[in-house]
Design a protein around this ligand. Structure first.
Ligand code: ATP
Ligand code: MG
Length: 570
């Protein structure tokens, strides 16, 4: 492709509404343009990378035995009413009406449609197992669309759904997808982890998320430094340390802590550290309950673990009025002593003694508080967020924490949708059996954005070869110099005839600005055709990732470049 004919406009300035690097670089390199919040056009360069990810996904899904279909983006409400999600899904589901006032939605995911297909098409156990997938545009009216393709409202997803006769078959389908996902993200050239994930409201027995490691990731994950264990912190279990607290050495004493409301302020004021405090969170549940949760002062509550313990769907911090009503003091001074609420505590609190708690009185705390003697706890449980250094729940090794971008998700669904929608097949005894399902998603655009997030420097993108929009960039230093033009055109033709994807920068621009754009676009191999080297019969090759420069004899250049591309794709 010739630059001058490619509608490729780079931007010098960083767009002000782009917060993360991948969003900035994808706008600046002319890959995408915003149409509305969370809705983008993919320009030619951007589309090339998207298609590459799609192709890798398609090849690996086919290799794993999945079958490609394409379901509609516009879905009638009836199907969603059958599963119960028309009511449950909330505002991310964009509901629309046609001219006859019939309700539809834009598909945010396709369990209902695919289950409808399965119940019509799959009649006998002999047709199983089946795994149906599509690569399709999804719409989710996200509350905060941001970060470009990372969290859009309209985005491209590969979604697959497996159908099996029994749980054992479903487990095998899941394992196949797990392995296919490993291959997909490896082939994309990404550094990722497969982590155990919470199954949330959907229930189900297992779920893994595939996380691309990147500082800007929205998810926190932990992985063990000595075994394979890795999990989303939402899910990472922490066992009962099993020790008991040292005997109380201090009397409980009320101390004044004027206007010291945060753990840090109180610790500083009382000249101690946050881990000597126990914080008391007053929490409200969706079931209308108010409970107190105790954590070591430097720990964070894991709301999912608390929901699991309480059997509720969500929890939130109680509003000020409720805190005042429950504790008799403004927030910042809550404590377990004399508190008339259910008191739940993290395991770690059980091993503490002589600690500091709020006194349920404005501007006051207790020091020397002790469990049992001063207050009682109803239940101890694993309620906190895992952090770096915590013990691995599998092997006792050390957990390390990372930020990650969730690019894929595999999920054992069980019979949730098939039972609700009566998707059954006849087994070998002629009996109806409800199908076992799994669902498996990959965000195609998010994968491209995550690749940029993981692979860039201060000058621009550094594409992994497998998903780079072009493999080689050939830059004519001076397009008015006939010898330069001829050599660059010849190389361009030779590379194309070897099946290499090449962009020829034939613009009549200053070399400096061409090199800047080359850095920004991040094409892995960059060949510079300039008059001086040409006289010596050579071209300069620069690797975008390492910056390393080498001279290539003209006669060997096309073969050498083609070989480097092939090596980088393996
Ligand atoms: P998140 O927690 O990030 O909102 P999710 O759990 O809602 O993701 P899934 O329903 O599992 O996501 O969707 C499958 C995949 O689709 C995700 O792993 C992600 O790669 C992609 N995806 C989900 N929401 C978006 C979005 N708003 N923009 C781009 N990609 C998305
Ligand atoms: Mg989501």
């Amino acid at each position: 492709m010739r630059y001058t004919q490619y509608m490729l406009n780079t931007l010098k300035e960083t767009p002000s509404d782009a917060e993360v690097i991948s969003h900035q670089l994808m706008l600046r390199s002319g890959m995408i343009r915003k149409v509305a919040a969370g809705i983008y056009s993919y320009l030619p360069l951007g589309l090339r990378s998207l298609r590459k990810v799609e192709n890798i996904v398609r090849e690996e899904m086919n290799r794993a035995g999945a079958i490609e279909i394409l379901m509609p983006m516009v879905v009638p409400a009836e199907l969603w009413e059958e599963s119960g999600r028309w009511e449950q899904y909330g505002k991310e589901l964009l509901r629309i009406k046609d001219r006859k006032e019939s309700p539809f939605c834009l598909g945010p995911t396709h369990e209902e449609v695919v289950t409808d297909i399965a119940r019509r098409e799959i009649r006998s156990y002999r047709q199983l197992p089946v795994n149906l997938y599509q690569i399709q545009t999804k719409f989710r009216d996200e509350i905060r669309p941001r970060f470009g393709l990372m969290r859009g409202r309209e985005f491209i997803m590969k979604d697959a759904y497996s159908f099996d006769l029994d749980e054992q078959g479903a487990d095998q389908a899941y394992e196949k997808m797990y392995q296919a996902y490993r291959r997909i993200f490896t082939r994309c050239g990404l550094n990722f982890r497969a982590v155990e994930a919470d199954t949330g409201n959907i229930g189900g027995s297992a779920s893994h998320e595939f996380m691309v490691l990147a500082d800007a990731g929205e998810d926190a994950i932990v992985s063990c430094d000595s075994c394979e264990y890795a999990a989303n912190v939402e899910k990472a279990e922490l066992g009962d340390p099993g020790q008991s607290a040292a005997a109380a050495a201090q009397e409980m004493k009320k101390v004044l802590t004027p206007a010291r409301k945060t753990i840090e302020d109180v610790a500083l004021f009382l000249e101690t550290s946050a881990d000597q405090l126990v914080k008391t969170l007053i929490v409200q549940t969706d079931t209308g309950e108010t409970v107190a949760v105790l954590l070591r002062g430097d720990r964070e509550l894991n709301e999912i673990k608390l929901c699991r313990l309480l059997g509720c769907n969500w929890v939130e911090m109680a509003p000020e009025e409720l805190v005042v009503k429950a504790t008799g003091a403004p927030s910042g001074f809550a404590g377990p002593v004399g508190l008339k609420l259910r008191i739940l505590a993290d395991f770690e609190v059980a091993v503490m003694s002589d600690f500091i708690v709020g006194a349920n009185e404005k501007d006051a705390h207790y020091t020397g508080a002790n469990l049992g003697r001063d207050f009682a706890v109803e239940t101890f449980s694993d309620l906190r967020q895992a952090v770096s250094g915590d013990p691995c729940p599998r092997c006792g090794g050390k957990l390390q924490s990372w930020r990650g971008i969730e690019v894929g998700h595999v999920f054992k669904l069980g019979t949730k949708y098939s039972a609700a929608m009566n998707a059954t097949v006849l087994d070998d005894q002629g009996q109806d059996q409800v199908l076992y399902m799994g669902c498996y998603g990959i965000g195609v655009g998010r994968t491209v954005a995550a690749a940029v997030e993981q692979n860039h420097d201060e000058h621009g993108i550094i594409w992994p070869m497998p998903i780079a929009p072009f493999q080689v960039l050939v830059t004519m230093v001076n397009p008015k110099d006939q010898a330069v033009v001829e050599a660059a055109e010849a190389l361009y033709g030779e590379l194309q005839s070897r099946g290499i994807e090449v962009l020829l920068d034939d613009r009549d621009e200053r070399p400096g600005s061409k090199f800047k754009d080359a850095d920004l676009l991040g094409i892995p191999l960059r060949v510079t055709v300039g008059a001086r080297a040409l006289k010596e019969g050579s071209l300069e090759l620069q690797q975008r990732s390492s910056g390393e420069r080498t001279m290539l004899p003209i006669a060997e250049a096309a073969d050498a470049l083609a070989q480097q591309v092939r090596d980088a794709l393996c």
